[in-house]
Ligand binder design. Structure first.
Ligand code: NDP
Length: 309
């Protein structure tokens, strides 16, 4: 194999693995940097019930294992390391991983998104000492305890419902009385006897003692009135931000850092493609990420045919 790869895929969620599968089947011998924590956000998800082909549902980590296995079966080379930086100023492009530089004619960025924190007073000190952004990872630590979930979207509903497996009570705090969650997810949470939903509440300050979190001062944004609520655990589920810092502004993004497509799935740099949650501000589903991963692989293959081979 030459020193210059056809395509390097950065990131390994459903978009990355699907791009890996398609480019491998197109005989492009793709190289994927999957990240130290490969698999992306679905590694932190419990049951996935809405990915076609799994009538009984499947856990996020299991599904990611299947996607990886399928991509590897056709020759996608996966390295479980993070990309430190990239240089897209000339071709072939350069990708630096632990001080080693890899070259490639084309790149597909599939780095996804990560959870946003509230950054309320005393939050930093309580991260990992009661405050988390991942119920699947940390929920079991709160057996028979009272926990809070912050947010009003599907993530908040899913986290809250999952947490009822362990916690004695789960209180969802949403800053408005309008919920972004889908009706089915909202209803599932609202009808769970262990869950209480409180609209018009936001965290003003986290309360703690030497053992960890003890609760929070919560505020009604309508009139600024405050009250205290007790909880030993809190799960922040207020959305995500794209993982694009390592690109150091070399690709055009929107104001929040989501990569912009210029021509189909190609970015502002010809030969650099992007797919999945790192692009998608609207759908953000595993199946849409996988679909976009497929599109980016096909676009990449055609671009290589026209421009390199
Ligand atoms: P969303 O953007 O849908 O919801 C974010 C929630 O957090 C909103 O209620 C928002 O309030 C609130 N919020 C945002 N910032 C703050 C803040 N600073 N303080 C307090 N509250 C805040 O994000 P999700 O992560 O829930 O979902 C993202 C996407 O992923 C959606 O498309 C969703 O459908 C999908 N998803 C699907 C799942 C499934 O089908 N199994 C599971 C999880 C997610 P406001 O409305 O006021 O802005």
């Amino acid at each position: 194999m030459s020193d210059v790869r056809n395509v390097i895929i950065i990131g390994s969620g459903p978009a990355g693995y699907t791009a890996g599968l398609y480019t491998a089947r197109a005989m492009l011998e793709p190289l994927m940097f999957s990240g130290y924590a490969s698999g992306g956000q679905l590694m932190l998800t419990s049951d996935v019930e809405n990915f076609p082909g799994y009538p009984q549902g499947i856990t996020g980590p299991e599904m990611m294992m299947h996607l990886r296995e399928q991509a590897e079966r056709f020759g996608c080379e996966v390295i479980d390391k993070n990309v430190a930086s990239v240089d897209f100023s000339s071709r072939p492009f350069k990708v630096t991983v632990e001080n080693e530089v890899f070259q490639s004619h084309a790149i597909i960025v599939c780095t996804g998104a990560e959870a946003i924190w509230l950054n309320a007073e005393n939050e930093e000190a309580q991260k990992g000492r009661g405050i988390s952004t991942c119920a699947t990872c940390d929920g079991a630590f709160f057996r028979d305890e009272e926990v809070l979930v912050i947010g009003g979207g599907d993530s908040a509903m899913e986290e809250a419902t999952f947490l009822t497996r362990f916690a004695s009570k789960v209180t969802i705090l949403n800053r408005r009385d309008v919920f972004r969650a889908s009706t089915i997810m909202y209803e599932r949470a609202a009808s769970n006897p262990k869950i209480e939903i409180k609209p018009f509440r936001q965290i003003k300050k986290w309360l703690s003692n030497e053992q960890g979190l003890t609760g929070a001062v919560i505020e009604d944004p309508r009139d600024g009135s405050t009250e205290e609520i007790s909880a030993t655990g809190a799960f922040i589920a207020i959305g995500h931000k794209p993982i694009t810092q390592f690109l150091e502004n070399q690709i055009e993004t929107d104001d929040e850092g989501y990569i912009l497509h210029k021509e189909h799935t190609m970015t502002s740099i010809p030969g650099v493609f992007a797919a999945g949650d790192v692009v998608d501000t609207r759908y953000r589903q595993a199946i849409t990420a996988a679909g976009m991963g497929c599109q980016s692989a096909i676009d990449c293959e055609r671009w290589l045919e026209d421009n390199v081979h």
